[in-house]
Ligand binder design. Structure first.
Ligand code: SAM
Length: 264
């Protein structure tokens, strides 16, 4: 996950597709993400440990914001069929190469997830999955409604992203501080800085409260079954993070994971 720094001047011109295209190679080099288990992000157990999706053999899975494709590749290796969409051409190119190397047949699509969802037939998937992509989406209500439509009755929707407390806190001089109001929803601009790499990339993402997610899900017609706020064990402290951030994640959850279901 990024170390964030405020930026001012260029914020109106940020194009997330372009930012992800610029960052992709460095991101994939820095994070060497596994393909034997779908992951939920920093300081969180993976799907092989949590088993939120159950046995995926024979299941049709839709991944939203798939990045380098590692989670879909893991699902295919476990016997699922996967369609995976991502905004970034570079991330999708990386995903296609990786899937070819691993001989995993994933249908990767470049595009905006909300637009892509509207092209899908109704009730074509058993599971929708997303790891750390929804913070980049402005109209999440549209994405959740499209996801609900794409899922079969009884279908599962499981996703993770930054915990809202992670959005609003920082570690300064060894102290954890409240950097922003929990209630200050909306777009936040920052620079993505990878440890050991000088060049940073301008980004924005959207802060929402826990209640906002709950209402977006229920308004789209989902039943919420689980909300996980993993407290990392010593082994789960993530190599992605620098030590100052790890001190923060010992005190507040880095990641939030939602499990919801279409009724029926
Ligand atoms: C932090 S990465 C996570 C990627 C992957 N899920 C993983 O866990 O490694 C976020 C991804 O979301 C994608 N993304 C952002 N906005 C998107 C959108 N509107 N539609 C589709 N993908 C999007 C980015 O291109 C990026 O690859």
């Amino acid at each position: 996950m990024p170390r964030r720094g405020r930026i001012e001047a260029v914020m109106q011109e940020i194009d997330l597709r372009e930012s992800w295209n610029r960052l992709s190679a460095r991101y994939q080099r820095a994070h060497t993400i596994r393909t034997d288990a779908a992951h939920y992000g920093p300081c969180a157990p993976d799907e092989n440990q949590l088993r939120l999706l159950g046995d995926v053999r024979g299941k049709r899975i839709l991944e939203l914001g798939c990045g380098g494709g590692q989670c879909s590749i893991a699902f295919v290796r476990q016997g699922a069929e996967c369609v995976a969409v991502d905004l970034s051409d570079a991330q999708i190119a990386y995903a296609r190469d990786l899937a070819a190397q691993e001989e995993a047949a994933v249908a990767f699509v470049q595009g905006d997830m909300a637009d892509f969802l509207e092209t899908l037939p109704e009730a074509g998937f058993d599971i929708a999955f997303s790891a750390y992509a929804f913070q980049y989406v402005e109209d999440l209500g549209r994405v959740f409604r499209g996801t609900r439509r794409a899922l079969t009755p009884g279908g599962l929707f499981v996703f993770s992203l930054d915990h809202p407390l992670n959005d609003i806190t920082a570690c300064e001089d060894g102290r954890i501080v409240l950097a922003e109001s929990y209630f200050a929803r909306g777009r936040r601009f920052w620079n993505w800085e990878l440890p050991g790499i000088e060049e940073s990339t301008p980004f924005y993402s959207f802060h929402r409260t826990v209640g906002d997610f709950l209402h977006l899900l229920t308004d789209a017609g989902f039943l919420v079954e689980r909300l996980l706020e993993p407290e990392p064990t010593a082994e789960e402290f993530d190599p992605w993070e620098d030590p100052a951030q790890m001190q923060r994640y010992a005190a507040i959850p880095a990641t939030i994971i939602w499990k919801a279901r279409v009724p029926g």
